[in-house]
Design a binder for this molecule. Structure first.
Ligand code: AMP
Ligand code: GLY
Length: 423
């Protein structure tokens, strides 16, 4: 089978390497760190299956266009992708489906909408949560205990100054507290089949969950506090009811559904749906899928998903190495040193996310430069989270470029929890 992966980050690198176990893989546009990258457009590539990584092309209808020309596509059409590209619509769908989620209201930037948004904020206790309805690369959510900051954020979003058109419609939600967990299910239009393993992302830029939200600074799977049975319970709360509601609305959803939950004192609540694998969550999940991934995704795309996805019990921890200035203004063009040494650490895989090609003056092993905010995804695998974590950080310490940053506490709490459980 020939598979065309669409996208250019670490998630697509993880897709490409897991698919390459059984298929021929090309990646468009890919990046200089991913084998099989090509600048050809997806519709110029003749493949048996197209796997679309990021939300942007899905929301733009790439899956619809490819299907219209007779291709087999893993990824929802623009109608289903609106679960992510319109948080207002997502909240409407999941509320109709009876999925437990935070109370909310949606507002537009006209004078009446703006007044109503400010008035709604006044009715809520902290923490205050203000979200762009549209896509904002994981950065469109403000969570704050300061009411004044929330009011200012409402204006900055509705004005279009903070996130352009993505923010001209906003969702304000009841603020919740608790640990977060992400789950993934493959869908074939009729059924959702869970990947039975829980993943936890670390979204803030700084150690101890400080500073602004990012696309994700690292993640870990599985989790001691969300075992396989808990995964199955969470899945039953969210995936099946939502798929049923989508079918009722005429949406033929074929692709992955990514559910983010908060485990609140009042029970689990759905935070968000994404219409793609998480990045970097995919990097700790796809390598552990034991099925033939190409066959599995082709089955979902064809409406004939198999009954069970098998995921290894091994643990994986991903540490994102980011460029100086991320997330506000990452600096690019710095030569990446130590990639080969990092890859020699046992149990380690390094996926290339925001990398560019050097100018040829570097040694072959240092031919990549920083080319985006999240540059490399350093993944350690092992029999448990602490081994996986130690391996990942051993490899991180082999890497360097001017201004390289990373969190020191990825999976620290999860490793401690797993160790406590063993005692
Ligand atoms: P989202 O993209 O909607 O998942 O939001 C990004 C992050 O903001 C989540 O991972 C949470 O950490 C936080 N968040 C979102 N919604 C809420 C909420 N209602 N209450 C508290 N935190 C939230
Ligand atoms: N890591 C969070 C996301 O992919 O949305």
């Amino acid at each position: 089978m020939k598979v065309c992966v669409v996208g250019q980050g670490g998630r697509e690198h993880a897709f490409a390497s897991a698919l390459a176990r059984t298929a021929d893989v090309v990646v468009t546009p890919g990046n200089p760190g991913i084998d099989g990258s090509t600048s050809a457009a997806p519709d110029e590539i003749d493949a048996d299956l197209y796997v679309i990584g990021p939300e942007g092309p899905l929301a733009d209808g790439l899956a619809d266009r490819l299907r219209a020309s007779g291709r087999l596509v893993f990824g929802p059409g623009a109608d289903g992708a609106a679960l992510e590209s319109s948080k207002a619509w997502m909240k409407e769908v999941v509320s109709a489906a009876g999925v437990p989620t935070a109370a909310y209201a949606a507002f537009d930037g006209d004078p009446a909408g703006r007044r109503a948004a400010h008035a709604y904020l006044e009715t809520l206790p902290p923490p205050y949560v203000v979200k762009t309805s549209g896509l904002a690369a994981g950065k469109g959510v403000l969570v704050t205990d300061e009411l004044a900051e929330a009011h200012a954020d409402v204006d900055a979003k509705l004005d279009g100054t903070a996130f352009g058109d993505a923010g001209r419609r906003i969702v304000i939600e009841e603020g919740m507290r608790g640990p977060e967990v992400s789950l993934f299910a493959l869908c074939d239009g009729r059924r959702a089949v869970l990947l039975p393993t829980a993943v936890r992302d670390h979204k803030r830029i700084g150690d101890g969950d400080t500073g602004p939200n990012t696309g994700g600074m690292g993640c870990v799977s599985p989790l001691a506090d969300v075992d396989r049975a808990a995964c199955v319970e969470l899945a039953a709360l969210a995936f099946e009811p939502t798929l049923t509601e989508l079918i009722r609305r005429g949406v033929d959803y074929r692709g992955v559904l990514y559910a983010g939950f908060m485990l609140t004192p009042d029970g689990p609540r759905l935070l968000e749906f994404n219409v793609r694998f998480g990045d970097p969550e995919a990097q700790v999940t796809l390598p552990r899928v034991e099925n033939d991934l190409a066959q599995l995704l082709a089955g979902a795309a064809a409406g004939e998903l198999i009954d069970e996805v098998v995921v290894s019990d091994d643990a994986m921890v991903c540490v994102v190495c980011a460029a100086e200035g991320y997330p506000a203004a990452p600096r690019t063009g710095d030569v990446i040193a130590g990639l080969e040494r990092a890859r020699e650490v046992p149990g380690v895989t390094v996926f290339c996310a925001g990398v560019g090609a050097g100018d040829g003056r570097e040694t072959p092993s240092e031919s990549l430069v920083t080319g985006g905010g999240r540059v490399l995804n350093v993944c350690g695998r092992g029999p448990d989270v602490s081994v996986a974590r130690d391996r990942a950080y051993d490899a991180v310490r082999q890497l360097s470029w001017p201004g390289m940053t990373y969190r020191n506490d990825i999976a620290a709490a999860e490793a401690a929890a797993a160790a406590a459980l063993r005692r």
